[in-house]
Write a protein that binds this ligand. Structure first.
Ligand SMILES: NC(=O)c1ccc[n+]([C@@H]2O[C@H](COP(=O)([O-])OP(=O)(O)OC[C@H]3O[C@@H](n4cnc5c(N)ncnc54)[C@H](O)[C@@H]3O)[C@@H](O)[C@H]2O)c1
Length: 351
């Protein structure tokens, strides 16, 4: 794919961190928006990668890497204990991405949200601990901070405004309470993701506005004064890699916000970025109820793991625009690009 950001930040071009060794990494939920980028980076860095995923959005995002001899797919629900055991046995590390993702999708499937985002993670942790898999890196979200007037850090009070965020907090606490000499969980609270992926998502604000600008030459920004901590998916993958490469003592039992102080933006800034890549676009601002509003401090990941984001809003949006120009997406409204629409279809199918 025309993927200049991803290519430019590939580990083939950037030198690997000193001390990084080849490992076997199991990525639970590795066929999704973040996982399909992360798995490619891990493979390019010389690691073996096992993906355990039920392919809720199809398998196209990992089709190309299935030929790689260091890649194995375990297809199915990660709560299937036999499959889980097969996928993680002997791994040096587990990255746990699988979840029902987003407030809207979770609100539609409350029982499944708790079953997957909390109890499923508990099962995965128990199995990893039992098998002696030492590292467990968990994808949480900055939306655990909910609405906050102050800049929030890892030690700030949490203020979840959705079931999605609540289940992530419960899973964080459960994982950290299981830390021991044989089990080292690390929690990554990821900011608001954007960027082109092998599994594109257009239910994320930056991606959606870029698609609207491309196809309709107009975009509506809701609550433009609200803050979000944006982070590009290649930078998210770099953060996971940084944790996997770090000495255990630096990351065991730790929570890191994933992002960069320079990438806290108001939603109106996204409108400005949109105008830079498409000067003719008509941007309208409207208000609607949405309690999420937070600015996040990324000092800890910067100081402890020397992590800084590299991809700006404009660069990430330009990459999406290039892929749209190349005809990679015919209709961004299709359910497969929107987690809550796939969740709606699942409800309809269940009758
Ligand atoms: N994208 C973001 O903005 C963002 C921000 C913060 C945190 N996160 C977190 O990062 C993780 C990955 O997010 P994403 O954007 O890649 O989501 P995604 O929906 O694209 O990917 C999730 C993957 O998990 C798989 N999955 C879900 N339930 C499963 C199950 N029971 N068994 C097996 N596989 C299952 C799906 O098939 C999918 O491939 C999630 O935990 C999410 O909460 C994402």
């Amino acid at each position: 794919m025309a993927n200049f950001v991803t290519r430019a930040l590939s580990p083939k071009i950037l030198p690997l961190r000193l001390g990084a060794e080849e490992r076997s990494v199991a990525v639970i939920g590795g066929a999704g928006y973040i996982g399909s980028i992360l798995c490619r980076r891990l493979l390019a860095a010389g690691h073996s990668v096992r993906v355990l995923d039920r392919l809720s959005f199809g398998g196209a995002a990992i089709e190309e890497i299935r030929q790689n001899p260091r890649f194995t797919l375990f297809e199915g629900d990660f709560r299937d204990i036999d499959l889980l055991l097969k996928a993680v046995r002997g791994a040096d590390a587990v990255v746990h991405l699988a979840a029902l993702v987003g407030d809207a999708a979770c609100a539609l499937h409350e029982k499944d949200t708790v079953a997957i985002n909390y109890h499923g993670v508990e099962l995965a942790a128990r199995v990893c601990k039992g098998l002696g898999v030492p590292r467990f890196v968990f994808a949480s979200t900055c939306s655990v901070y909910g609405s906050a007037d102050q800049v929030v850090s890892e030690t700030s009070a949490l203020n979840p405004v959705s079931l999605y965020a609540t289940t992530k907090i419960d899973a964080e606490n459960m994982l950290l309470s299981r830390r021991g000499s044989d089990f080292h969980p690390t929690v990554l609270r990821i900011g608001t993701a954007f960027g082109w992926s092998y599994r594109p998502r257009f239910d994320l604000v930056v991606n959606l506005l870029t698609a609207k600008a491309h196809f309709e030459n107009q975009a509506v920004i809701y609550n433009g004064e609200q803050w979000r901590p944006f982070v590009h998916i290649v930078d998210i993958s770099r953060a996971f890699q940084a944790v996997l490469d770090a000495p255990l003592r630096a990351v065991s039992g730790e929570i890191f916000n994933v992002g960069d102080d320079r990438m806290n933006h108001r939603l109106n800034d996204v409108g400005e970025a949109l105008r830079r890549i498409r000067p003719s676009v008509q941007v309208v601002e409207e208000q609607r109820p949405d309690a999420r509003n937070y600015r996040v401090c990324f000092d800890k990941i910067s100081r402890r793991l020397a992590f800084q984001s590299r991809v700006t809003l404009v660069d990430g949006m330009r990459e999406i625009e290039q892929n749209l120009v190349a005809g990679k997406v015919s209709a961004y409204q299709q359910p497969v690009y929107h987690n809550h629409r796939v969740a709606e279809l699942a409800l309809t199918a269940a009758g």
